[in-house]
Design a protein. Sequence first.
Lengths: 162, 528
Amino acid sequence: MQIDFSSDVSNVVKIIDTLKYKKGALLPILHEIQREIGYIPLKTIDIIAKKLQQTPAEIHGVISFYHQFRTSQPGDHKIQICRAEACQSRGSRDLEQHAKDYLAIEYHGTTTDSQFSLDSVYCLGNCATGPNVRINDELYGRVSNEKFERLITTYKTPANGI
Amino acid sequence: MTIKMFIPRESTALSLGAHDVAQALSDYSTQHDIELNLIRNGSRGLFWLEPMLEVETSKGRFAYGPVEVSDVPSIMEDITAHLLSDFTQAHSLALGLTEELAYLKKQTRLTFARAGVTDPLSLDDYLAMDGFTGLHKALASTSQEIVTTVVDSGLRGRGGAAFPTGIKWQTVHDAPADKKYIVCNADEGDSGTFADRLVMECDPFMLIEGMIIAALAVGADEGYIYLRSEYPVADAILQEAIAIATKAGYIGNNICGSGKTFNLEVRLGAEAYICGEETSLLESMEGKRGVVRFKPPLPAIEGFFGKPTVVNNVLSLSAIPYILSQGGAAYQQYGANRSRGTLPFQLSGNVKQGGLIELPFGATLQSLLNDFSGGTYSGKPIRAIQVGGPLGAYLPTSKFDISLDYEAFTKASAVLGHGGIVIFDDTVDMLEQARFSMEFCVDESCGKCTPCRIGSTRGVEVIDKIKDDDSRAANMILLNDLCETMINGSLCAMGSMTPIPVISAYKDFPEDFYLSSNHAVLEETNHG
């Protein structure tokens, strides 16, 4: 997907103008930018800084502190595998390895067809029915290796599409 | 005929296909000319039975579970042909009357009385089950009377630190300021815990009511729920609930016509475990990196943007409506030692019957396992249980007779925390678990204190050396020293408690660390 950067800038300005009056507005602003664009383009940091009267270093520092915020474009679908203890007790370590092998990427990676990004997460709060995987905003429990492959197939756009 | 049925709109049920089951029920009803009144309720917290479908009968609600889409036709036939006519049923997924399920009957549900029973977004349902009675009592009381009731209840912070909630409120109440805040800590990051999520998804008005009462008690007019972004369903339900409560006049500039003001907003975290620590949470809410603050000043004196702020866990605030409605003494009568009331335990990990178990403090871990767990999911023997989240000790089977209360856990150098109980079977490698604890700290340390920031990285390296048989005995001494440094040299629980699971792993499971029984690090146990 080609990003039209000029429209991103006007979007970002609009988002900041809407949210900057909130107390401690930076996280709501970053969330909204990432929701809108899929990530926080580095070039928007100066705009955010200027509008909030902070330094670009401060904004960058906040973005880099939180695992969720990213400054590069993710795949079409964001996959997160829970690697916390409750899921470990149900075999998530095997699932993590299988997912990496199956998608042929490591954590923080994106598949070559740009369809999937893979990340870990510490706890999705579904600890009685692990191992757990989140794809975009959907949560899946008791994910075996086979179930993981089925899920990927469901989300995958066929290569010959369009 | 009209059939009233319930299928949860709660994350665990959804993660196992509840939406698809709901759709199948609706399709089946259309095809068979059945008038279906399908309620999307919360979950009862019996997770191994989710998605659990319930149908209203003359004798009460009747449950089936765990239901898959392919089960829907046969269940609907069972319901229409048998259950609703002569109350016989023969379906293999029939569980009986919901209220009679042993898993529920053995519990003491004060906080979770409505979970799974009601439609979480129905104000009528909430009002029909004592909703807002606590608030009305609070509105008829002075702020000091509210605080005193909470002090009398003996309620202690359910986030993990167990600080008396009433004392915290008193401090904020007494602090002179032109502005005060109520902040709900809904950054439930501990692995093995989901009670906060269940409150927000299954009974959001209870949390809202607790926050309004807190505001009345301390003189605050603005509140925030700092919610972890890993909980999108809770976010959606909370947003809707706040809008409904605002429209009905419970939130806003004239609470129930009292002239009092309280506005409430949800703020999302961004995947940082440390933001569950209250000062880090406040930094994050102020739009900064979630780096912990020095204490004092306490948040109760200088909290959100320097103003006196109550920061309470979801479960603490959710206990408040009951306490106000029934009185401090009613809540205080439950419990053991100085641990008063109930704690919603969360049974998870490698377990057959995982779920939410609300009990008064003081049952033993073993009795909880006997009464509820059904054994491990794998069918293998239990080897270790981690109680209290990623900063909690791993308990060996020899310690399962421990009483589930704050005092007993402190005495055992363990952590009751937020009530998470994670079961591991005998395939667990405790050296790997200890390594993970350090690795988790590497990823999640805010970086302020050196022992936490660097010590955790060194911890991973030292454990790897022990694993690789590189000067094992000497590296165990080093690991032990490192743990001590982290405990004594870190500002908050992240650095000072990461060693707890590590130490418990090598002291109670020394064979996984290739330790000889006379190794120096084990001898200390005998003195301690």
